[in-house]
Design a protein around this ligand. Sequence first.
Ligand code: ADP
Ligand code: MG
Length: 423
Amino acid sequence: MTKEVFDGNLKIASSKTSSDNEKAKINPKEIFNQFLLKKRIFKNKEVLSSSFVPGAISHRDTEIEEISNILAPSLLMERVSNMLIYGFSGTGKSLVTRYIAQNLASTAMDKNVNILPIYINCRLENNNTEYRLISNLCTFFGVKVPTSGLSVNQLYKKMVSAVDIEDKYIIIILDEIEKLIQNAGDGVLYSLLRLNESMKHAKISIIGISNNTDLKASLDQRVKSSLSPVELVFKPYNAIEIEDILNVRVGESFYENAMDEGVVKKCAALAAQEHGDIRKALNLLRVAGENAQQSGRSRLTEEDLDKASAILEQNITEEIIKSMTKQSKSILYSIIVVARSKRLGKVYSGEVYDAYIKIAERYGLKALTFRRISDLIADMDYNSLIMSRVKSNGRYGRTRELNIAFSPSLLTKIEEILRNDLK
Ligand SMILES: Nc1ncnc2c1ncn2[C@@H]1O[C@H](COP(=O)(O)OP(=O)(O)O)[C@@H](O)[C@H]1O
Ligand SMILES: [Mg+2]
């Protein structure tokens, strides 16, 4: 019985007479083939994620050599300098530092030396206060601590008693260290380094990594002198270097012939304009590939790249803006209002302050000082929303010339977000 119905259905499906049956012309096989065809862009998308660790690091020989030379004496338990490593985002700071730390750890293991490089990303919430950071270190050294209730001094004591029992060199890598300093202040660096004075066997050095080249200037004098870091800057990659790095990644992540000639070159050129940000270049390729895939193509074009660039800029800008405080939002809104009134011409910080006072009042915010506003604008500069340049001494002291840094096509959308969020 079932078989008959089944056969009957098959017959109907293959008949081409009634319009109802036309629908049945959708052929699952075609869908499956399409699926396989679509799948053929990415061989392994994971390779494009920034957490993927590439097999080889190119164009960072000087940096690898310099950092390794600084750290090498730790293998003899000799004290090594603290370091601050700067560079724009996506210039390989985290990759290179972790790579060296891994190699140091394995050399130490081979030679039976007790070196413990510890990598900590301070952007992660569970590392960004002094209490959390030190209790994580305690946990790492095998000391159980409660999630709250102890004083930080007690935490430091517990850590020392667990650590200072044998010769041991602890190298604490604080990646995105500015996030720690923002949340916990810089005293934590001082406290960690001061442990060296009370410990008999163990030593601690710190390697801080930051996107912010002004970081050292912002440190307290006492912190600066106990850190006395060797400072290193990762210069942006140029377009040729980026292309070279991307080609390796593309070979592992995309199928052969998955992109038009010139796509990687163009992507490298775009990233070179963005101070050599490889992370951004990889994101561009991923989004462009997804875009081509969604349109059912198996080949990625330069237009896909343009589209990806617009999508990413919008996403990133919106994300940053949504995460800002109301005060920062009202300042950005003030900048836009003043810029609009000047047909997007140059804007000065004094004018922005005057506009801000009114806008803050309108949205029921307590007006901040000019100085504080300058700090918040510097944050926006850091996040590439605004470009600011010190000009001259104006009515409020140092005047800055401000330019909106995101693309004008996003302006209306962003104004809308700001107005909504400020209500
Ligand atoms: N020299 C390089 N060779 C291969 N991949 C690199 C190189 N430099 C950076 N990358 C890749 O670029 C991305 C960003 O690097 P990352 O170290 O996270 O940058 P940063 O910490 O400076 O923001 C990662 O996916 C990383 O693997
Ligand atoms: Mg990093």
